[in-house]
Design a protein around this ligand. Structure first.
Ligand SMILES: Cc1ncc(COP(=O)(O)O)c(C=O)c1O
Length: 382
């Protein structure tokens, strides 16, 4: 093990430990590390006396957030726009990509609604066809997608990196490369992937990637980001327009110049004013992940997920709703024991926090969980 899980638990998750629960529900909401809570509290104290908050504190916090995110995903900070949730980035994709009447947007079925409703609305408003593919035989893969792209009308593909209920994970690099080769926009909802998985956008072609930080980035509600690739930024006009989206807006003495010339970078999409305190807190968590090593966090989380998959595969009476193949899941594992509702109730009675989704028990461990917690949970389900 490359970091000391017990030390991380004690130092950063004391309230979770004090509650004496097994928290396996990170796919719903991530707990806040101690340093993140401390940052929020510190900002709340400043906020009570706003004259003590400098512009440098406000905008410096956002700058740092973009830098930390960029470092985490192998992007440049100029490609990051901070936003308050995943939906922000998905709406940006739906309403800013240059799609026209008759174009097709493709997506696998069973996406989380955040990656469905914006496209349905786009279809209703602009005559774009939004097509959902049944993917009964597993996550969307290159073969299936290349067959679908033969219909030359497909202009955009939008997909969750990791599906919210089953935990099925797509191969972003392969799908992204296929889309890039065919000149099709590739949009990703990364919220259930980033953290348990690492990402390097230098080798993974993605056009727009949206991610809330409230789950696996262990940050407050109201923090998140969207990545827009540098080549795409100049081609996209913001659909919703903030007063800081334009070049001239850094000079607060000339706010009434009203020059609608967009910033060169992804900040043209940012919707200022943003909750600075939430982003300061997000930065604190991102620093923790950096200290532990994003690759270490991912490898450890994967080892816990593997343990659940192996257990389920070895049992004849438990159906694994997550694909069993390594590489096709991340840190969401869904299982269906013979009486899932009763097993879910037993887990709750024993203090195992989990979700009951689409008829399955969804377990979503992370780097603050222990092997012993996983084994205890599986014994209760079994
Ligand atoms: C795949 C996926 N996308 C998006 C969201 C949430 O979207 P938002 O951050 O806009 O609330 C969830 C939450 O469960 C999710 O699982």
């Amino acid at each position: 093990m490359t970091f000391d899980v017990q030390a991380v638990r004690k130092n950063e998750f004391p309230l979770l430990l004090a509650d004496d629960v097994v928290y396996l529900n990170n796919a719903s909401t991530g707990p806040l590390p101690r340093r993140t809570m401390d940052t929020l509290a510190e900002w709340a104290r400043h906020r009570a006396v706003p004259h003590r908050i400098s512009q440098e504190m406000e905008f410096g916090t956002l700058d740092r957030g973009r830098r930390l995110i960029a470092e985490l995903i192998g992007a440049h900070e100029s490609e990051i726009a901070l936003g308050t949730n995943t939906s922000f980035g998905l709406n940006l994709a739906a309403f800013s990509l240059p799609l026209e009447r008759g174009d097709v947007v493709l997506s696998p079925d069973l996406e989380f609604p955040a990656n469905v409703y914006p496209w349905m609305q786009l279809a209703a408003r602009r005559g774009i066809e939004y097509r959902r593919l049944r993917c009964d035989d597993g996550p969307l893969n290159v073969d299936r997608l290349s067959r679908e792209l033969e219909d030359g009308r497909v202009r955009a593909v939008t997909v969750s990196w990791v599906q919210f209920a089953s935990g099925a994970r797509v191969d972003l690099a392969a799908l992204g490369q296929l889309c890039r080769d065919r000149g099709v926009y590739f949009v990703v909802d990364a919220i259930q992937g980033l953290g348990p998985l690492t990402l390097d956008l230098r080798s993974t072609p993605v056009d727009i990637l949206a991610c809330g930080a409230q789950k696996w980035l262990l940050s407050p509600w109201g923090a998140g980001f969207v990545y827009v690739s540098r080549d795409l930024i100049p081609q996209l006009q913001p659909h919703d327009v903030s007063w800081l989206a334009v070049k001239d807006s850094d000079d607060f003495t000339r706010l009434t110049n009203y020059d609608l010339t967009w910033r060169d970078d992804a900040r043209r999409f940012e919707f200022i004013t943003l909750p600075y305190q939430e982003f300061a807190a997000m930065n604190a968590t991102l620093e923790l992940i950096r200290e532990l090593g994003a690759a270490n966090v991912a490898a450890y989380s994967q080892s816990l997920a593997d343990r659940i998959v192996e257990w389920a595969c070895a049992r004849g009476d438990v159906t694994l709703l997550t694909p069993a193949k390594r590489g096709q899941y991340a840190s969401i594992i869904s299982v269906r024991p013979p009486d899932p509702a009763a097993a879910s109730a037993r887990l709750s009675d024993s203090g195992v926090v989990h979700s009951f989704r689409e008829g399955g028990i969804r377990l979503s461990p992370y780097f603050y969980n222990t092997v012993e917690e996983i084994d205890r949970t599986l014994a209760i389900i079994g």
